[in-house]
Write a protein that binds this ligand. Structure first.
Ligand code: ASP
Length: 499
């Protein structure tokens, strides 16, 4: 409506592309100017997030009441979950196939391996006696950037090492735990026998989040029922709102005329919220541009960021290629065959949502725009969209699952660890499930990746190898996540119509 009432959508698209281009140029060449306008992007994200809760609640209640037959929700739910699981599994398979084929983490020499790991090897000798590791020198030096912090190495301040006897003393798989301020992460010294790398920033991120896949799935299940509805709203938790809205909408349909009164109010509320989303879309080109300029500025512009990107270019290339195959070939085929939609116009209609996903790196923050594009530009019924999209924004993450699988195998390759077929199968399963457990917020996938690594006994510390480019890959995978949700809406809508 509003965003494209007065202007043809082509013009709107061009405005967004100009916003992106300006954001790239500004953040890339003038990082401080990019930082300076980051607050405009923050305003845009906040405005989007502000609309998520009212939009999810009103649209789901309206969707529920318009279904007529409450049993239909079961059928709709079944199809949606089936689509989500199948496409996520396909995405992971593509990722695994490519990372195995291209071997981005393969290094022939130790020097290459150290270069891949970041090249900031610390030169701290260690001794091993009676299965106890002692670091034999004063303290870690500060490395090339401030991700690493100085800390003392004496045992009182807490550097501890243990040897896993099953791995043998001579193996390279010695695991060491370094502790500072009560935070700890396992680290693995390099093969050469000197040097231990500790990324405390990573330790802080993973603190308290190191859970098994079973615990994560339990959390998702428990999270369906809110302890306090308003707390869920305050925290933008979409899953419990979906459940409560379905029940509430269902109950309204059984209340006769008094229920109808409320239904009509919800319809009007829903319309009002959608109109606000439309209004906000007018600011999208500026908001998206500012977000990109701000993030690129924070990464030090092209000068700061490109060398890092090039260092792990094989890895980023593999992730991006796999995402492209899934997003540009597999999902469009599914859209065409099972959603009966032509791909080009559907993608053009989704462009504002896809670019918002790229700039915010959050499926949840993008949800209002996704809803708008799916229903108003691609004419998918609101009934389907209101159910499929909020669910998708929280549990359907093709890009995230693919990324976690590629990253886990990449880390294994860098550490020279061969994964057996069974381990690859575990990576496949845990990546699929960990993506379901990841929230639709920036870099959520990085945290749930610890689950995948843990499941196949890979060093969690390996995450620090890919940390520096994660913000960029997060944007790419979030775009694919949202694209997958949008295609899901078309597919489920078509099958519902057929029924
Ligand atoms: N940022 C992603 C999303 O919101 C999740 C992730 O970190 O992969 O979809």
């Amino acid at each position: 409506m509003a965003a494209n009432v007065n202007q043809p959508s082509n013009k709107f698209l061009i405005q967004i592309l100009v916003g992106i281009a300006l954001g790239l140029l500004l953040g890339g060449f003038l990082p401080s100017a990019g930082n300076g306008i980051a607050f405009i992007g923050e305003l845009f994200i906040r405005a989007l997030l502000m609309l998520v809760v009212p939009l999810v609640v009103t649209s789901m209640v309206v969707g529920m009441t318009s279904l007529g037959d409450v049993r239909q929700i079961g059928r709709l739910g079944g199809k949606t979950i089936f689509y989500y699981l199948t496409t996520t599994a396909i995405a992971v398979i593509i990722g695994l196939a490519l990372v195995t084929l291209l071997q981005p983490g393969y290094a022939e020499t130790e020097a290459q391996r150290i270069a891949l790991r970041g090249g900031e090897q610390l030169d701290v000798p260690y001794q091993i006696e009676n299965n106890t590791l002692t670091l034999t020198e004063g303290s870690f030096a500060r490395t090339y950037d401030d991700r690493y912090t100085d800390f003392s190495l004496d045992s009182a301040s807490g550097v501890r090492g243990t040897i896993d006897p099953s791995r043998g003393q001579s193996s390279n798989r010695l695991s060491v735990e370094a502790w500072t301020d009560g935070r700890g992460i396992p680290v693995i010294p390099p093969e050469s026998g000197i040097g231990v790398r500790v990324d405390l920033g990573l330790a802080a991120r993973l603190e308290g989040k190191d859970r098994s896949i079973w615990e994560v799935l339990q959390e998702v299940a428990i999270g369906l029922v809110p302890r306090n509805l308003f707390a869920s709203m305050a925290n933008n938790e979409v899953l419990p709102l979906i459940v409560i809205s379905i029940i509430f909408g269902g109950v309204l349909t059984t209340m006769g005329s008094r229920g109808r009164l409320l239904m009509r109010s919800f319809e009007a509320l829903n319309e009002a919220i959608m109109a606000m989303v439309n209004l906000l879309m007018l600011a999208a080109p500026v908001g998206i541009g500012a977000l990109i300029a701000g993030r690129l500025g924070a990464a030090g512009g092209f000068v700061g960021f490109l060398p890092e990107l090039i260092r792990v270019s094989k890895y980023t290339g593999t992730v991006i290629l796999a995402l492209a195959i899934h997003g540009c070939i597999i999902l469009p085929i599914i859209l065409y065959i099972f959603g009966k939609q032509s791909v080009k116009p559907y993608a053009a209609g989704m462009a504002p949502a896809l670019t918002t996903a790229f700039s915010t790196s959050s499926s949840s923050a993008t949800l209002p725009v996704t809803m708008e594009c799916v229903t108003e530009k691609n004419f998918i019924s609101e009934r389907t969209a209101s159910f499929v999209l909020p669910l998708g924004a929280t549990i359907n993450m093709d890009g995230t699952a693919l990324y976690e699988a590629v990253a886990a195998v990449f880390i294994a390759q860098i550490y020279g660890i061969e994964l057996s077929f069974v381990q690859m199968t575990i990576v496949f399963l845990t990546s699929t499930l960990a993506a379901i457990g990841a929230a639709g917020i920036p870099e959520a996938g990085l945290v749930t990746m610890a689950i995948v690594l843990r499941a196949v006994d890979l060093p969690i510390e390996g995450i620090s190898l890919i940390l520096i480019v994660d913000w960029f890959l997060d944007r790419c995978r979030t775009t694919v996540n949202v694209w997958g949700d949008a295609i899901g809406a078309a597919v489920v809508d078509w099958t519902a119509k057929k029924d």
